[in-house]
Design a protein around this ligand. Structure first.
Ligand SMILES: *[C@@H]1O[C@H](CO)[C@@H](O)[C@H](O)[C@H]1NC(C)=O
Ligand SMILES: *[C@@H]1O[C@H](CO)[C@@H](O)[C@H](O)[C@H]1NC(C)=O
Ligand SMILES: *[C@@H]1O[C@H](CO)[C@@H](O)[C@H](O)[C@H]1NC(C)=O
Ligand SMILES: *[C@@H]1O[C@H](CO)[C@@H](O)[C@H](O)[C@H]1NC(C)=O
Ligand SMILES: *[C@@H]1O[C@H](CO)[C@@H](O)[C@H](O)[C@H]1NC(C)=O
Length: 424
């Protein structure tokens, strides 16, 4: 199967089979990984042996999570060639923000556009914007979270705008939260900026660089989304990497400790402490609310920085998807996902007892297989103009190019909704 796919691509794009080299590189990479994690990983000081052991035990869960419903698991599948390519382009969609407009910014390769997600046990038809909008007449959606949520909403807007153009009916000062209305369908789509999902006070300079620790109120759900919660028919909620920031943690208005704050005379706590507490608060609120719509808790998305991280020269140069098992999930990402799977797993059962429609959408395994889908250096327009191709420029291996793999998230969500995984 895989061989066929490679042949297909070779035929289509005429590149050489780099498999042997790749295998060799990967072997070295995996050998190096254990060593690197223990000795060089910037987070290794923060990871206790107990957590490491726990993560190792759960590693085999990564391939997929069970829906436990006896229905098709849309999240268990493969990336397969898709000769027809994406539904939209950088020319046809005006919602792509510059940092993710990889084609416009000069990304030279195109293979990453010609793949689609194919569940193993069922069909996943291509996204049909008319079908989506018809199913969503008079409905409102809210996508709540950080910049990945915005990335996701822009992908959805691009796909929907193949059928109808929305108008902006609300935006905050920096357009971090926005709302669009598709008038011919009376469909409303909101993106709500709430990177911690709980109340947070952040301190940043004009470039968005932190100037002081975040003040994080772990037991207070962010009123930005909480206050409008019952108005949304469909909610996709998630969080992630912001929890790695230096922060002071509050509960009941009292400081519990802080993370990565050597200058403060406070108890140092791991970010996983805050991640779990915040998610618990959010889920408690969801589970005990009177919400009659559908709530999808989306797991965070893993990054694909290699040979460094965001701030230490990491890059993502791959141009095709990885095979299952080929990409090692980083410890950090593994830990975030573990916490989410545990806490959301518990909450889903409790929610159903309360008549609340909560579902876990674990996109980590399928996202992990797309190291080729990030802007890399092409987060900026023509990053190598007047420089040589090996010049050091900031890479983005966390957000996704549009069009790109994240478009498949919408294929999956639409099908899950239409097939009654979530009955509204
Ligand atoms: C779209 O991308 C192409 C390069 O693939 C570029 O030439 C063109 O200017 C871009 N157009 C827009 C509107 O971004
Ligand atoms: C949408 O709302 C309008 C006005 O309330 C109503 O006439 C129409 O039947 C609704 N359509 C659907 C599909 O619910
Ligand atoms: C649009 O949908 C909202 C619910 O989201 C409903 O209250 C309103 O009546 C609908 N308007 C029309 C014109 O159908
Ligand atoms: C925010 O979005 C609006 C509407 O799309 C646009 O007119 C405005 O320039 C944007 N503002 C910023 C700061 O990007
Ligand atoms: C740090 O806090 C402890 C306990 O509150 C206190 O005894 C100590 O004096 C503090 N140290 C400094 C340098 O403020």
């Amino acid at each position: 199967m895989r061989t066929q796919r490679i042949d297909y691509l070779k035929h289509k794009f005429g590149y050489n089979n780099k498999n042997l080299l790749l295998k060799w590189v990967l072997t070295i990479f995996f050998f190096g990984l254990a060593f690197k994690l223990v000795f060089f990983h910037p987070l290794s000081q923060e990871i206790s042996p107990v957590v490491l052991e726990h993560v190792a035990q759960n590693e085999d869960q990564l391939s997929h999570t069970n829906t436990g419903e006896g229905k098709c698991d849309y999240l268990r599948g493969d990336w397969v060639p898709n000769p027809s390519g994406p539904l939209y382009t950088n020319e046809s969609c005006s919602f792509i923000q510059p940092y993710q407009n990889c084609l416009k910014n000069g990304r030279p390769d195109r293979e990453f556009l010609y793949w689609k997600w194919a569940p193993r046990d069922c069909d996943l038809p291509p996204f049909d914007a008319h079908k989506f909008l018809n199913a969503m007449r008079n409905k409102t959606w809210a996508v709540i979270g950080d910049s990945i949520s915005r990335n996701h909403v822009q992908s959805l807007l691009c796909m929907l705008s193949t059928a109808a153009q929305p108008i902006v009916v609300y935006h905050d000062e920096l357009n971090k939260s926005q709302r669009w209305h598709f008038s011919s369908y009376n469909f409303t789509l909101s993106v709500i900026w709430s990177p911690f999902l709980v109340e947070a006070v952040t301190f940043e300079d004009l470039n968005g660089e932190p100037t002081s620790e975040v003040e994080l109120y772990l037991d207070k759900v962010d009123s930005k989304w909480k206050d409008h919660y019952l108005n949304f028919d469909y909610i996709i909620i998630s969080c992630g990497k912001w929890f790695l920031r230096s922060a002071i943690y509050y509960e009941n208005g009292i400081i519990q400790g802080c993370h990565s704050c050597p200058k403060r005379n406070l108890t140092e706590l791991e970010f996983t402490f805050a991640y779990r507490k915040a998610i618990k608060s959010v889920l408690n609120f969801i589970v005990s609310s009177d919400h009659k719509g559908s709530i999808f808790y989306r797991t965070f998305t893993p990054d694909h920085f290699e040979n460094g991280e965001w701030s230490s020269g990491g890059t993502c140069k791959r141009t095709e998807p990885a095979k299952e098992g080929e990409m090692e999930i980083k410890y950090l990402n593994m830990m975030l996902r573990e916490i989410e799977l545990e806490e959301v797993g518990k909450a889903v059962d409790e929610a159903s007892r309360n008549g609340v429609n909560l579902k876990l959408v674990d996109l980590v395994p399928l996202s992990l297989l797309r190291p080729d889908g990030h802007p890399g250096p092409y987060r900026e327009f023509q990053p190598f103009a007047n420089k040589d191709q090996n010049a050091k420029v900031q890479n983005d291996c966390l957000h996704w190019c549009l069009p790109g793999p994240i478009d498949s998230w919408n294929d999956i969500l639409l099908e899950m909704i239409l097939k009654g995984h979530m009955i509204n």
